[in-house]
Design a protein around this ligand. Structure first.
Ligand code: ASP
Length: 438
């Protein structure tokens, strides 16, 4: 049995968190491959090491002295080491990094990667595990994608049964330079390690007890989702839930490795288990897995009499958006009308040009733009083939006086998506949560 365990920034923030991480790892001999993030925030107004590293690089780029920021970074790691009594010299590595930085010979990616590097060095020494550098096995191609085959083979050569600690977030380009993933990318490192080693489970340890059924800024103390499928998770994150880095799922899903989100600060909570499918149903009465949404969408409504009988109108409309590289999120339609829904931010810069082109090429009877729309999604694999679910959802919203501006549901019935005015966003989510979850 092998579990790959990844600990995020808040789990690596200080000596106290390191102790919790060690207890978690040592409580289960299957937890032998550990991936760590850079130290995150210790409290609300603290700084993440990765942010400070980017800040250092910006200082140097603009010719401003970065000593004070660099020293903040160095002292965070030295303090963790000393608080835990770890015997490891990191002073030399830190001093050489500072020299490189001042000589401007370190790239932004390489500098940003050092947060994870120092975390992993310290954690490896603390646990008595072997340090395996991500630069020694994660291989990017020139286009920035991960070469899974060679990366997996390289990791397999280096992990031989004993415990290892790997820094997250970076790998090596074919030209030998370090490249980082986008922010939050240590999740991907963990997923790649799990896939490379054919792990039985990928545990992703964070500071919440799993994926929550709704945004805690909107719903007070929402429940965690015990079980969610990869498809549901995709729907939840697309519609707004911030869970894992989006590149995380692919490597583990490909190898059918379950993913468990856990809380370092509440290690006995079961967290959220993510799998392709579930054989049994832990909670048969609950048909909604999660409720999520995003604000600030625009709807462009186009109507033209006889449109439904004309071949190619939809294609002409869509090609206008394609020319401007605008991706359309939803396209609900009626007989002689169609509405295109996308984030306002995405269309803002070319809205008037697009309207002009639509007028000219489609010659619609009416063309309206509605702003300040929120999209809300009720996601649940168990909604499929259950009559009456959407009736209940819309009934609850109607009773609460919430007007629905748009409805969208695909034939897989994995979700019910609807648009409301921005001002009704929070109440729509609360109404659904209180009606179907509590
Ligand atoms: N430390 C990096 C960040 O803050 C990567 C990670 O933690 O996943 O984005």
């Amino acid at each position: 049995m092998l579990k790959v365990v990844k600990f995020g920034g808040s789990s690596m923030a200080d000596a106290g968190q390191y102790r919790k991480v060690r207890d978690i790892i040592l409580s289960d001999p299957a937890r032998r491959v550990v991936v760590v993030s850079a130290a995150g925030k210790r409290k609300k107004n603290d700084h993440k090491i990765t942010d400070l590293l980017y800040l250092c690089h910006a200082h140097v780029r603009y010719g401003v002295d970065c000593t004070s920021v660099f020293d903040m970074i160095a002292s965070r790691y030295l303090q963790i080491r000393d608080d835990l009594g770890i015997q490891l010299n990191i002073e030399e590595d830190l001093a050489s990094l500072k020299r490189q930085l001042q000589a401007k010979t370190v790239t932004q990616d390489e500098l940003a990667s050092r947060g994870e590097y120092f975390s992993a060095k310290l954690m490896a020494a603390y646990l008595g595990f072997q340090f395996v550098d991500a630069a020694d096995w994660i291989r990017f191609r020139m286009d920035g994608s991960v070469d899974q085959e060679s990366s997996y083979a390289l990791l397999q050569e280096q992990v031989r049964g004993e415990g290892v600690v790997i820094p997250g977030f970076y790998g090596l380009m074919p030209d030998g330079h370090i490249k980082t993933f986008s922010r939050g990318g240590s999740d991907i490192t963990g997923a790649l390690a799990a896939a490379a080693l054919d792990a039985d489970l990928y545990e992703n340890w964070t500071d919440v007890s799993g994926i929550l059924m709704a945004d805690p800024r909107i719903v007070e103390n929402p429940r965690a989702i015990p079980e969610v499928t990869y498809d549901e998770l995709r729907e939840l994150s697309y519609s707004g839930a911030q869970v894992l880095h989006e590149g995380t799922i692919f490597p583990v899903r490909e190898k059918n490795i379950p993913l468990n989100i856990r809380n370092t600060n509440a290690p006995s909570d079961p967290g959220t288990m993510i799998r392709e499918s579930f054989d049994t149903d832990a909670d048969p009465d609950r048909f909604i897995t999660g409720i999520t949404g995003r604000k600030d969408f625009s709807i462009i409504c186009i109507s033209k009499r006889g449109m439904s009988n004309q071949v190619g109108v939809l294609r002409s409309i869509l090609s206008v958006f394609e020319r401007h590289n605008i991706s359309i999120d939803y396209a609900p339609n009626g007989i002689d009308n169609v509405s295109l829904v996308m984030p306002t931010e995405a269309i803002g810069h070319c809205l008037y040009t697009i309207i002009g082109e639509l007028q000219q090429e489609i010659q619609p009877d009416t063309l309206d733009v509605i702003d300040q729309i929120s999209i809300v999604a009720a996601v649940g694999r168990k909604m499929a083939f259950r009559p009456g679910i959407s009736g209940k959802v819309f009934g609850a919203l109607g009773e609460a006086g919430i007007n629905i501006r748009m409805i969208n549901q695909g034939p897989d019935e994995l979700n019910i998506i609807f648009g409301v005015d921005n001002r009704d966003f929070a109440s729509a989510i609360r109404v659904l949560y209180n009606s179907f979850v509590k």
